[in-house]
Design a protein around this ligand. Structure first.
Ligand code: SF4
Ligand code: SF4
Length: 279
């Protein structure tokens, strides 16, 4: 098995050239479920703290139809929560291909349920990023089976060893606009984690999940651009991607400056206590 260590921090990519009318980005992603079979502390998607949720396929396809006219990512990623828990995963991968948004579609997973997926999934997907945690550790037999199916169907594998996590969230949030402006300026996630969700485009994944976490009591949707069919969408997103002003979410986030700590799972009691803070 080839291991690819997480590169931290990666180089900035803020050029956003326009080719054939579409803004070129490294990637674009959709988080298709919020729940997960694991409870990693400091999950970037805040999955252990969020209610169970899954995207309706048509809602994702509608967002894709709009954004595909103006953005060309090198890869489109289906992420979660744990995306293999979505019952329509194969249809979602096929729908992303049909949209023409990107030349490749990948799924980011903890790998624990990959053995349940049918051959149709392996035929549809181009790549998998599989997180490897210290516990629960993916069994060697499961890794061998994944590698075998990937070879058979020509799927690229990106094994991501996750012995450490970054402590992304700032709780309580900061009110220091100078520090937050600097965090946003230096943040590599804002160009690597572009997200579409519920009719919005966000430069990173955090605002959408913070909006869910805060149950709408703090509104983070103004951190994104509303998708629409008008001719101005291209310029709205291009200007947004290059803006200097931090997001509201940045006041709740350490971004690329987050400290690393050993990976571990939340206990049920710990998770329930954290959830209760936002109930
Ligand atoms: S496996 Fe991924 S989505 Fe699930 S809790 Fe861990 S980091 Fe979050
Ligand atoms: S919320 Fe701000 S600091 Fe956090 S990842 Fe997004 S852009 Fe970076």
């Amino acid at each position: 098995m080839s291991e690819r260590a997480h590169v931290f921090p990666p180089p900035m990519e803020r050029h956003y050239p326009v080719v054939d009318g579409r803004i070129q980005t490294r990637s674009l992603e959709a988080h298709i479920v919020d729940h997960c079979n694991l409870t990693c502390v400091e999950c970037c998607s805040l999955s252990p703290l969020l209610p169970a949720w899954m995207v309706q396929p048509q809602a994702l396809f509608d967002d894709l139809a709009r954004v595909a006219k103006v953005i060309r990512p090198r890869v489109f990623k289906l992420v979660g929560g744990e995306p293999t828990l979505h019952p329509d995963l194969v249809a979602l991968v096929e729908g992303v291909h049909r949209s023409g948004i990107a030349p490749a579609v990948s799924v980011t997973t903890n790998g624990l349920h990959l053995d349940r997926l049918p051959d149709a999934f392996w035929q549809a997907v181009d790549g998998l990023t599989i997180s490897l945690y210290p516990r629960p550790r993916l069994r060697e037999s499961a890794i061998a089976s994944i590698e075998s199916r990937a070879r058979r169907f020509g799927v690229a594998l990106n094994w991501k060893v996750q012995d450490h996590f970054v402590r992304m969230s700032r709780m309580p949030p900061s009110d220091d606009s100078v520090e937050t402006g600097a965090i946003y300026h230096d943040c590599w996630l804002r160009e690597r984690c572009h997200l579409i969700r519920d009719g919005m485009f966000y430069t990173c994944t955090r605002p959408a999940h913070m909006h869910t976490l805060h149950r709408g009591r703090t509104d983070f949707t103004a951190d994104g651009v509303a998708l629409h069919d008008g001719a101005s969408l291209h310029d709205e997103i291009h200007d947004y991607l290059r803006r200097d002003t931090p997001l509201a979410a940045c006041f709740h986030c350490h971004g690329g400056r987050a400290a690393m700590e050993p990976h571990r799972m939340m206990s049920r009691a710990e998770r329930d206590a954290e959830r209760a803070r936002f109930a």
